[in-house]
Design a protein around this ligand. Structure first.
Ligand code: MN
Length: 491
Protein backbone atom coordinates (compact mmCIF):
# COMPACT_ATOMS: atom_id res chain seq x y z
CA UNK A 1 0.00 0.00 0.00
CA UNK A 2 1.27 3.41 -1.00
CA UNK A 3 0.50 6.47 1.10
CA UNK A 4 0.53 10.14 0.22
CA UNK A 5 3.21 10.64 2.89
CA UNK A 6 5.54 8.39 0.90
CA UNK A 7 5.11 10.58 -2.15
CA UNK A 8 5.62 13.79 -0.22
CA UNK A 9 8.78 12.41 1.31
CA UNK A 10 10.13 11.43 -2.11
CA UNK A 11 9.30 14.84 -3.60
CA UNK A 12 10.87 16.78 -0.72
CA UNK A 13 14.14 14.99 -1.26
CA UNK A 14 14.74 16.61 -4.65
CA UNK A 15 12.44 19.61 -4.33
CA UNK A 16 12.41 20.98 -0.77
CA UNK A 17 10.23 23.94 -1.78
CA UNK A 18 7.45 21.83 -3.27
CA UNK A 19 3.91 22.91 -2.48
CA UNK A 20 3.13 20.05 -0.13
CA UNK A 21 -0.24 21.49 0.82
CA UNK A 22 -1.46 21.40 -2.78
CA UNK A 23 -0.21 17.82 -3.23
CA UNK A 24 -2.16 16.77 -0.15
CA UNK A 25 -5.27 18.57 -1.42
CA UNK A 26 -4.98 16.76 -4.75
CA UNK A 27 -4.78 13.44 -2.94
CA UNK A 28 -7.84 14.22 -0.83
CA UNK A 29 -9.79 15.32 -3.90
CA UNK A 30 -8.84 12.21 -5.89
CA UNK A 31 -9.59 9.91 -2.94
CA UNK A 32 -13.01 11.50 -2.58
CA UNK A 33 -13.73 11.36 -6.34
CA UNK A 34 -12.71 7.69 -6.64
CA UNK A 35 -14.27 6.71 -3.29
CA UNK A 36 -15.78 3.22 -3.36
CA UNK A 37 -14.16 2.38 -6.72
CA UNK A 38 -12.01 -0.71 -6.99
CA UNK A 39 -9.39 -1.83 -9.48
CA UNK A 40 -9.68 -5.26 -11.11
CA UNK A 41 -7.09 -6.40 -8.57
CA UNK A 42 -9.52 -5.63 -5.75
CA UNK A 43 -7.43 -2.71 -4.51
CA UNK A 44 -8.96 0.70 -3.86
CA UNK A 45 -8.77 2.75 -7.04
CA UNK A 46 -6.79 5.51 -5.32
CA UNK A 47 -3.85 3.10 -5.07
CA UNK A 48 -3.42 3.42 -8.82
CA UNK A 49 -3.40 7.23 -8.60
CA UNK A 50 -0.83 7.06 -5.81
CA UNK A 51 1.35 4.57 -7.67
CA UNK A 52 1.34 6.79 -10.76
CA UNK A 53 2.30 9.81 -8.71
CA UNK A 54 5.04 7.93 -6.89
CA UNK A 55 6.51 6.84 -10.22
CA UNK A 56 6.62 10.53 -11.18
CA UNK A 57 8.39 11.40 -7.94
CA UNK A 58 10.99 8.77 -8.79
CA UNK A 59 11.52 10.64 -12.05
CA UNK A 60 11.91 13.77 -9.91
CA UNK A 61 9.21 15.69 -11.75
CA UNK A 62 7.73 19.08 -10.85
CA UNK A 63 4.76 19.59 -8.51
CA UNK A 64 2.10 20.12 -11.23
CA UNK A 65 3.06 16.72 -12.68
CA UNK A 66 2.86 15.05 -9.26
CA UNK A 67 -0.60 16.56 -8.76
CA UNK A 68 -1.74 15.64 -12.28
CA UNK A 69 -0.56 12.08 -11.58
CA UNK A 70 -2.91 11.92 -8.60
CA UNK A 71 -5.82 13.34 -10.60
CA UNK A 72 -5.20 11.72 -13.98
CA UNK A 73 -8.18 9.35 -14.02
CA UNK A 74 -10.69 11.67 -12.35
CA UNK A 75 -12.38 13.15 -15.48
CA UNK A 76 -12.66 9.82 -17.23
CA UNK A 77 -13.81 7.60 -14.37
CA UNK A 78 -15.68 9.82 -11.91
CA UNK A 79 -18.46 12.40 -11.92
CA UNK A 80 -15.99 15.26 -11.50
CA UNK A 81 -14.98 17.18 -14.61
CA UNK A 82 -11.97 19.02 -16.00
CA UNK A 83 -13.79 22.22 -15.02
CA UNK A 84 -13.81 21.08 -11.36
CA UNK A 85 -10.09 20.37 -11.52
CA UNK A 86 -9.41 23.72 -13.11
CA UNK A 87 -11.24 25.54 -10.33
CA UNK A 88 -9.34 23.72 -7.60
CA UNK A 89 -5.89 23.28 -9.11
CA UNK A 90 -5.53 25.85 -11.87
CA UNK A 91 -4.78 25.99 -15.55
CA UNK A 92 -1.44 24.21 -15.64
CA UNK A 93 -2.65 21.09 -13.83
CA UNK A 94 -5.87 20.89 -15.82
CA UNK A 95 -3.96 21.06 -19.12
CA UNK A 96 -1.86 18.09 -18.05
CA UNK A 97 -4.89 16.06 -16.97
CA UNK A 98 -6.68 16.96 -20.18
CA UNK A 99 -3.68 15.83 -22.22
CA UNK A 100 -3.64 12.45 -20.49
CA UNK A 101 -7.38 12.01 -21.01
CA UNK A 102 -6.93 12.80 -24.73
CA UNK A 103 -4.06 10.33 -25.10
CA UNK A 104 -6.25 7.67 -23.49
CA UNK A 105 -8.33 7.58 -26.67
CA UNK A 106 -5.34 6.46 -28.78
CA UNK A 107 -5.12 2.70 -28.99
CA UNK A 108 -2.81 0.40 -30.87
CA UNK A 109 -4.64 -2.58 -32.28
CA UNK A 110 -1.76 -4.15 -34.05
CA UNK A 111 -1.06 -3.25 -37.66
CA UNK A 112 2.67 -2.86 -37.60
CA UNK A 113 3.00 -0.66 -40.64
CA UNK A 114 1.01 2.06 -38.89
CA UNK A 115 2.83 1.85 -35.57
CA UNK A 116 5.23 4.66 -36.45
CA UNK A 117 2.31 6.94 -37.29
CA UNK A 118 0.70 6.19 -33.97
CA UNK A 119 3.95 7.04 -32.17
CA UNK A 120 4.07 10.37 -33.98
CA UNK A 121 0.44 11.07 -33.24
CA UNK A 122 1.04 10.24 -29.60
CA UNK A 123 3.82 12.81 -29.42
CA UNK A 124 1.85 15.38 -31.40
CA UNK A 125 -1.28 15.03 -29.24
CA UNK A 126 0.65 15.21 -26.00
CA UNK A 127 1.72 18.83 -26.67
CA UNK A 128 3.43 19.06 -23.29
CA UNK A 129 6.23 16.55 -22.75
CA UNK A 130 5.12 16.05 -19.14
CA UNK A 131 1.89 14.49 -20.39
CA UNK A 132 3.95 11.68 -21.91
CA UNK A 133 5.91 11.21 -18.71
CA UNK A 134 2.67 10.94 -16.71
CA UNK A 135 1.35 8.48 -19.27
CA UNK A 136 4.50 6.38 -18.76
CA UNK A 137 4.06 6.46 -14.98
CA UNK A 138 0.42 5.42 -15.39
CA UNK A 139 1.35 2.62 -17.80
CA UNK A 140 4.03 1.28 -15.44
CA UNK A 141 1.47 0.63 -12.72
CA UNK A 142 -1.06 -0.77 -15.20
CA UNK A 143 1.56 -3.26 -16.36
CA UNK A 144 2.42 -4.20 -12.79
CA UNK A 145 -1.23 -5.12 -12.22
CA UNK A 146 -1.90 -6.53 -15.69
CA UNK A 147 -2.44 -10.10 -14.50
CA UNK A 148 -5.84 -9.09 -13.13
CA UNK A 149 -7.22 -8.14 -16.54
CA UNK A 150 -8.90 -10.29 -19.20
CA UNK A 151 -6.37 -12.14 -21.41
CA UNK A 152 -7.29 -10.23 -24.59
CA UNK A 153 -6.93 -6.88 -22.80
CA UNK A 154 -3.64 -7.96 -21.25
CA UNK A 155 -2.20 -8.80 -24.64
CA UNK A 156 -3.40 -5.56 -26.25
CA UNK A 157 -1.91 -3.35 -23.53
CA UNK A 158 1.36 -5.28 -23.42
CA UNK A 159 1.79 -5.20 -27.21
CA UNK A 160 0.97 -1.50 -27.29
CA UNK A 161 3.67 -0.98 -24.68
CA UNK A 162 6.29 -2.78 -26.78
CA UNK A 163 5.29 -1.13 -30.06
CA UNK A 164 4.40 2.39 -29.02
CA UNK A 165 5.44 3.34 -25.47
CA UNK A 166 8.91 1.79 -25.31
CA UNK A 167 10.09 3.23 -28.66
CA UNK A 168 8.92 6.68 -27.55
CA UNK A 169 10.78 6.32 -24.25
CA UNK A 170 13.90 5.42 -26.22
CA UNK A 171 13.54 8.50 -28.41
CA UNK A 172 13.22 10.67 -25.35
CA UNK A 173 16.48 9.13 -24.12
CA UNK A 174 14.78 7.38 -21.19
CA UNK A 175 16.74 4.13 -21.27
CA UNK A 176 15.67 2.93 -17.85
CA UNK A 177 11.99 3.64 -18.55
CA UNK A 178 12.20 1.85 -21.89
CA UNK A 179 13.83 -1.20 -20.24
CA UNK A 180 11.26 -1.33 -17.45
CA UNK A 181 8.26 -0.96 -19.76
CA UNK A 182 9.57 -3.72 -22.02
CA UNK A 183 10.38 -6.09 -19.19
CA UNK A 184 6.88 -5.75 -17.74
CA UNK A 185 5.19 -6.26 -21.13
CA UNK A 186 7.45 -9.05 -22.41
CA UNK A 187 5.86 -12.04 -20.55
CA UNK A 188 2.37 -11.14 -21.80
CA UNK A 189 3.31 -10.73 -25.45
CA UNK A 190 5.79 -13.61 -25.80
CA UNK A 191 5.20 -15.96 -22.84
CA UNK A 192 7.21 -18.92 -24.19
CA UNK A 193 10.16 -16.83 -25.23
CA UNK A 194 10.11 -15.06 -21.88
CA UNK A 195 10.21 -18.35 -19.97
CA UNK A 196 13.11 -19.56 -22.11
CA UNK A 197 15.27 -16.43 -21.74
CA UNK A 198 14.53 -16.20 -18.03
CA UNK A 199 15.79 -19.73 -17.44
CA UNK A 200 18.91 -19.21 -19.56
CA UNK A 201 19.70 -15.95 -17.79
CA UNK A 202 19.10 -17.30 -14.28
CA UNK A 203 21.51 -20.18 -14.75
CA UNK A 204 24.19 -17.95 -16.14
CA UNK A 205 23.70 -15.12 -13.64
CA UNK A 206 24.30 -17.44 -10.68
CA UNK A 207 27.84 -18.00 -11.88
CA UNK A 208 28.42 -14.48 -13.17
CA UNK A 209 27.46 -12.57 -10.04
CA UNK A 210 30.29 -13.95 -7.94
CA UNK A 211 32.74 -13.26 -10.71
CA UNK A 212 31.54 -9.68 -11.16
CA UNK A 213 31.89 -9.06 -7.42
CA UNK A 214 35.52 -10.08 -7.69
CA UNK A 215 36.16 -7.77 -10.65
CA UNK A 216 34.46 -4.94 -8.77
CA UNK A 217 36.80 -5.35 -5.80
CA UNK A 218 39.87 -5.38 -8.03
CA UNK A 219 38.63 -2.21 -9.78
CA UNK A 220 38.00 -0.43 -6.48
CA UNK A 221 41.56 -1.15 -5.40
CA UNK A 222 43.02 0.00 -8.73
CA UNK A 223 41.02 3.23 -8.65
CA UNK A 224 42.16 3.97 -5.12
CA UNK A 225 45.78 3.27 -6.01
CA UNK A 226 45.56 5.73 -8.91
CA UNK A 227 43.81 8.33 -6.75
CA UNK A 228 40.69 8.36 -8.93
CA UNK A 229 37.56 9.22 -6.99
CA UNK A 230 34.50 7.36 -8.16
CA UNK A 231 30.87 8.10 -7.43
CA UNK A 232 29.70 4.53 -7.88
CA UNK A 233 30.83 1.23 -9.27
CA UNK A 234 28.32 -1.52 -9.73
CA UNK A 235 27.35 -4.49 -11.86
CA UNK A 236 24.31 -3.74 -13.94
CA UNK A 237 22.30 -6.69 -15.26
CA UNK A 238 20.91 -6.41 -18.78
CA UNK A 239 17.15 -5.92 -19.06
CA UNK A 240 15.54 -9.23 -19.97
CA UNK A 241 13.69 -8.08 -23.08
CA UNK A 242 16.77 -6.44 -24.52
CA UNK A 243 18.71 -9.62 -23.69
CA UNK A 244 16.09 -11.59 -25.63
CA UNK A 245 16.40 -9.27 -28.65
CA UNK A 246 20.17 -9.57 -28.59
CA UNK A 247 20.10 -13.35 -28.27
CA UNK A 248 18.05 -13.53 -31.45
CA UNK A 249 20.99 -11.94 -33.27
CA UNK A 250 23.57 -14.19 -31.54
CA UNK A 251 22.37 -17.68 -32.54
CA UNK A 252 20.24 -17.78 -29.36
CA UNK A 253 23.46 -18.48 -27.48
CA UNK A 254 23.74 -16.72 -24.13
CA UNK A 255 27.50 -17.31 -24.04
CA UNK A 256 27.80 -14.91 -26.96
CA UNK A 257 26.33 -12.06 -24.93
CA UNK A 258 29.21 -10.12 -23.42
CA UNK A 259 27.20 -7.52 -21.56
CA UNK A 260 24.78 -9.71 -19.62
CA UNK A 261 26.35 -8.08 -16.59
CA UNK A 262 28.38 -4.97 -17.31
CA UNK A 263 30.48 -3.10 -14.79
CA UNK A 264 29.39 0.49 -14.62
CA UNK A 265 31.81 3.07 -13.24
CA UNK A 266 30.46 6.57 -12.57
CA UNK A 267 33.06 9.31 -12.00
CA UNK A 268 33.03 13.06 -11.51
CA UNK A 269 34.01 14.42 -14.93
CA UNK A 270 34.98 13.56 -18.50
CA UNK A 271 38.79 13.52 -18.04
CA UNK A 272 38.29 10.99 -15.24
CA UNK A 273 36.25 8.81 -17.62
CA UNK A 274 39.23 8.52 -19.96
CA UNK A 275 41.60 7.91 -17.04
CA UNK A 276 39.43 4.99 -15.92
CA UNK A 277 39.39 3.61 -19.47
CA UNK A 278 43.19 3.74 -19.56
CA UNK A 279 43.36 2.00 -16.21
CA UNK A 280 41.06 -0.82 -17.35
CA UNK A 281 43.12 -1.35 -20.51
CA UNK A 282 46.37 -1.36 -18.55
CA UNK A 283 45.01 -4.07 -16.28
CA UNK A 284 43.21 -6.23 -18.86
CA UNK A 285 43.55 -6.70 -22.61
CA UNK A 286 40.68 -5.15 -24.61
CA UNK A 287 38.82 -7.08 -27.31
CA UNK A 288 39.45 -5.70 -30.78
CA UNK A 289 36.74 -3.44 -32.15
CA UNK A 290 34.81 -3.31 -28.87
CA UNK A 291 36.07 0.05 -27.59
CA UNK A 292 33.35 2.62 -28.18
CA UNK A 293 33.68 6.31 -27.42
CA UNK A 294 30.11 7.52 -27.13
CA UNK A 295 31.39 10.59 -25.28
CA UNK A 296 33.12 12.03 -28.35
CA UNK A 297 30.41 10.59 -30.57
CA UNK A 298 27.08 10.30 -28.74
CA UNK A 299 24.37 7.93 -29.99
CA UNK A 300 21.54 9.57 -31.96
CA UNK A 301 19.34 9.80 -28.86
CA UNK A 302 22.13 11.55 -26.97
CA UNK A 303 23.48 8.58 -25.00
CA UNK A 304 27.04 9.16 -23.76
CA UNK A 305 29.50 6.73 -22.17
CA UNK A 306 32.77 4.94 -22.82
CA UNK A 307 32.33 1.24 -23.50
CA UNK A 308 35.04 -1.38 -23.62
CA UNK A 309 35.10 -5.16 -23.43
CA UNK A 310 38.13 -6.85 -21.91
CA UNK A 311 39.56 -10.29 -21.18
CA UNK A 312 39.43 -10.09 -17.40
CA UNK A 313 40.61 -12.61 -14.81
CA UNK A 314 41.03 -16.14 -16.24
CA UNK A 315 40.33 -14.71 -19.70
CA UNK A 316 36.66 -14.16 -18.96
CA UNK A 317 35.01 -11.45 -21.01
CA UNK A 318 33.59 -8.38 -19.22
CA UNK A 319 32.11 -5.14 -20.51
CA UNK A 320 32.87 -1.83 -18.78
CA UNK A 321 30.71 1.29 -19.11
CA UNK A 322 32.32 4.47 -17.89
CA UNK A 323 30.52 7.81 -17.55
CA UNK A 324 30.13 10.94 -15.45
CA UNK A 325 27.10 11.45 -13.19
CA UNK A 326 25.29 13.76 -15.58
CA UNK A 327 25.60 11.28 -18.43
CA UNK A 328 24.37 8.60 -16.11
CA UNK A 329 21.26 10.60 -15.19
CA UNK A 330 20.59 11.37 -18.84
CA UNK A 331 20.96 7.73 -19.81
CA UNK A 332 18.55 6.65 -17.10
CA UNK A 333 16.03 9.49 -17.08
CA UNK A 334 16.50 11.13 -20.50
CA UNK A 335 14.33 14.16 -20.93
CA UNK A 336 13.16 13.91 -17.35
CA UNK A 337 16.73 14.50 -16.14
CA UNK A 338 16.55 18.06 -17.40
CA UNK A 339 14.36 18.84 -14.48
CA UNK A 340 17.29 18.21 -12.16
CA UNK A 341 19.73 20.23 -14.22
CA UNK A 342 17.35 22.98 -15.21
CA UNK A 343 18.95 26.00 -13.62
CA UNK A 344 22.63 26.59 -14.08
CA UNK A 345 23.67 23.61 -16.12
CA UNK A 346 21.16 23.58 -18.90
CA UNK A 347 23.10 25.79 -21.27
CA UNK A 348 26.27 23.85 -20.77
CA UNK A 349 24.35 20.67 -21.27
CA UNK A 350 23.03 21.60 -24.69
CA UNK A 351 26.44 22.87 -25.70
CA UNK A 352 27.80 19.46 -24.96
CA UNK A 353 25.11 18.18 -27.32
CA UNK A 354 24.09 15.74 -24.69
CA UNK A 355 20.71 15.03 -26.14
CA UNK A 356 18.21 14.40 -28.86
CA UNK A 357 17.39 12.80 -32.05
CA UNK A 358 16.28 13.99 -35.46
CA UNK A 359 12.56 14.30 -34.86
CA UNK A 360 13.00 16.19 -31.64
CA UNK A 361 15.56 18.76 -32.73
CA UNK A 362 12.99 21.51 -32.31
CA UNK A 363 12.90 20.84 -28.62
CA UNK A 364 16.66 21.12 -28.45
CA UNK A 365 16.45 24.52 -30.11
CA UNK A 366 14.07 25.65 -27.42
CA UNK A 367 16.59 24.67 -24.81
CA UNK A 368 19.24 26.72 -26.53
CA UNK A 369 17.04 29.82 -26.78
CA UNK A 370 17.14 30.27 -23.07
CA UNK A 371 17.24 28.17 -19.99
CA UNK A 372 13.67 27.00 -20.49
CA UNK A 373 11.94 24.71 -18.10
CA UNK A 374 10.47 21.34 -18.80
CA UNK A 375 7.00 22.86 -18.56
CA UNK A 376 7.78 25.08 -21.52
CA UNK A 377 8.86 22.35 -23.85
CA UNK A 378 5.99 21.84 -26.21
CA UNK A 379 5.92 19.03 -28.67
CA UNK A 380 5.58 20.92 -31.91
CA UNK A 381 7.66 18.62 -34.00
CA UNK A 382 4.74 17.47 -36.06
CA UNK A 383 2.81 20.72 -36.23
CA UNK A 384 2.48 20.64 -40.02
CA UNK A 385 1.09 17.14 -40.02
CA UNK A 386 -2.38 15.79 -39.43
CA UNK A 387 -3.28 12.33 -38.21
CA UNK A 388 -6.43 10.67 -39.48
CA UNK A 389 -7.92 7.23 -39.01
CA UNK A 390 -8.98 4.41 -41.32
CA UNK A 391 -12.34 2.82 -40.44
CA UNK A 392 -10.46 0.05 -38.61
CA UNK A 393 -8.58 2.52 -36.45
CA UNK A 394 -5.14 2.70 -38.07
CA UNK A 395 -3.47 6.10 -38.07
CA UNK A 396 -2.42 7.75 -41.33
CA UNK A 397 0.03 10.63 -41.18
CA UNK A 398 -0.54 13.35 -43.84
CA UNK A 399 0.52 16.97 -44.45
CA UNK A 400 -1.88 19.71 -43.39
CA UNK A 401 -4.87 20.35 -45.69
CA UNK A 402 -4.64 16.92 -47.28
CA UNK A 403 -7.83 15.66 -48.92
CA UNK A 404 -9.62 12.31 -49.19
CA UNK A 405 -7.78 11.71 -52.51
CA UNK A 406 -4.40 12.04 -50.73
CA UNK A 407 -5.67 9.63 -48.11
CA UNK A 408 -6.88 7.17 -50.78
CA UNK A 409 -3.52 7.10 -52.58
CA UNK A 410 -1.83 6.64 -49.23
CA UNK A 411 -3.82 3.46 -48.66
CA UNK A 412 -3.27 1.98 -52.12
CA UNK A 413 -2.81 3.15 -55.72
CA UNK A 414 -5.94 1.30 -56.78
CA UNK A 415 -8.00 2.90 -54.04
CA UNK A 416 -6.78 6.28 -55.31
CA UNK A 417 -7.43 5.61 -58.98
CA UNK A 418 -10.91 4.28 -58.36
CA UNK A 419 -12.10 6.59 -55.59
CA UNK A 420 -15.44 8.22 -56.18
CA UNK A 421 -16.47 9.64 -52.83
CA UNK A 422 -15.53 9.92 -49.16
CA UNK A 423 -17.26 9.47 -45.85
CA UNK A 424 -15.63 11.73 -43.28
CA UNK A 425 -16.84 10.81 -39.80
CA UNK A 426 -19.73 8.95 -41.43
CA UNK A 427 -20.82 11.93 -43.53
CA UNK A 428 -20.64 12.20 -47.31
CA UNK A 429 -18.10 14.84 -48.37
CA UNK A 430 -16.56 15.97 -51.64
CA UNK A 431 -13.12 14.65 -52.57
CA UNK A 432 -11.45 18.04 -52.13
CA UNK A 433 -12.51 18.52 -48.47
CA UNK A 434 -9.48 19.39 -46.28
CA UNK A 435 -9.07 16.75 -43.56
CA UNK A 436 -8.54 17.44 -39.86
CA UNK A 437 -6.62 15.50 -37.23
CA UNK A 438 -8.79 12.81 -35.71
CA UNK A 439 -11.13 12.44 -38.74
CA UNK A 440 -12.17 8.90 -39.64
CA UNK A 441 -12.11 8.47 -43.43
CA UNK A 442 -13.81 5.82 -45.50
CA UNK A 443 -13.19 5.91 -49.25
CA UNK A 444 -15.97 4.87 -51.62
CA UNK A 445 -14.77 3.06 -54.71
CA UNK A 446 -16.21 2.93 -58.22
CA UNK A 447 -14.96 -0.33 -59.70
CA UNK A 448 -15.75 0.77 -63.26
CA UNK A 449 -13.57 3.83 -63.04
CA UNK A 450 -10.54 3.42 -65.35
CA UNK A 451 -8.34 6.39 -64.47
CA UNK A 452 -7.95 9.28 -62.03
CA UNK A 453 -9.64 12.61 -62.67
CA UNK A 454 -7.15 15.26 -63.95
CA UNK A 455 -8.98 17.92 -61.87
CA UNK A 456 -7.69 16.21 -58.71
CA UNK A 457 -4.26 17.67 -59.45
CA UNK A 458 -5.68 21.09 -58.50
CA UNK A 459 -6.21 20.15 -54.87
CA UNK A 460 -4.10 17.15 -53.81
CA UNK A 461 -1.32 17.95 -51.31
CA UNK A 462 0.94 14.89 -51.23
CA UNK A 463 3.58 14.05 -53.82
CA UNK A 464 2.49 10.43 -53.74
CA UNK A 465 -0.96 11.38 -55.02
CA UNK A 466 0.38 13.91 -57.56
CA UNK A 467 2.90 11.47 -59.02
CA UNK A 468 0.44 8.64 -59.30
CA UNK A 469 -2.25 10.77 -60.95
CA UNK A 470 0.28 12.15 -63.45
CA UNK A 471 1.63 8.69 -64.12
CA UNK A 472 -1.77 7.34 -65.07
CA UNK A 473 -2.68 10.37 -67.14
CA UNK A 474 0.62 10.12 -69.04
CA UNK A 475 0.09 6.43 -69.60
CA UNK A 476 -3.28 7.32 -71.05
CA UNK A 477 -1.66 9.89 -73.38
CA UNK A 478 0.96 7.38 -74.53
CA UNK A 479 -1.74 4.85 -75.29
CA UNK A 480 -3.59 7.37 -77.45
CA UNK A 481 -0.41 8.31 -79.37
CA UNK A 482 0.49 4.67 -79.95
CA UNK A 483 -2.97 3.83 -81.24
CA UNK A 484 -2.81 6.91 -83.46
CA UNK A 485 0.57 5.80 -84.85
CA UNK A 486 -0.76 2.30 -85.45
CA UNK A 487 -3.71 3.65 -87.38
CA UNK A 488 -1.35 5.72 -89.57
CA UNK A 489 0.78 2.66 -90.25
CA UNK A 490 -2.16 0.70 -91.52
CA UNK A 491 -3.01 3.48 -93.94
MN1 MN B 1 -4.55 5.50 -15.01
Amino acid sequence: MITIEQIIEAVKEYNPDANVKKIREAYEFAAMAHAGMKRQSGEDYIQHSLATSLNLAKLRLDTPSIIAGLLHDVPEDTSYTLEDIKKKFGKEVVKLVEGITKLGTLKYRGLERYAENLRKMFLAMAEDIRVILIKFADRMHNLETLEHLRPDKRKRIALETLEIYAPIALRLGMGEMKGNLEDLAFPYVYPKEYAWVKKEAENKLKVEFKFIEKIKKIMQKELQAEGIEYISIHGRVKHIYSLYRKMLTRDKDIDKIYDLIAIRVVVKDIPECYRVLGLVHKKWKPLKGRVKDYIAQPKPNGYQSLHTTVFAEKGKIVEFQIREQKMHDLAEFGIAAHWKYKESDIKKLTKEKAIWIDGLKDIQKKFQDDSKYLSEIKVEVFQNRIFVFTPRGDVIDLPENSTPVDFAYHIHTDVGNKCSGALINDEMNSLDTPLKSGDVIEILINKNRKKPNPDWLDFVKTNVAKDKIKYYLNKEKDRKIISLLNKNKIK
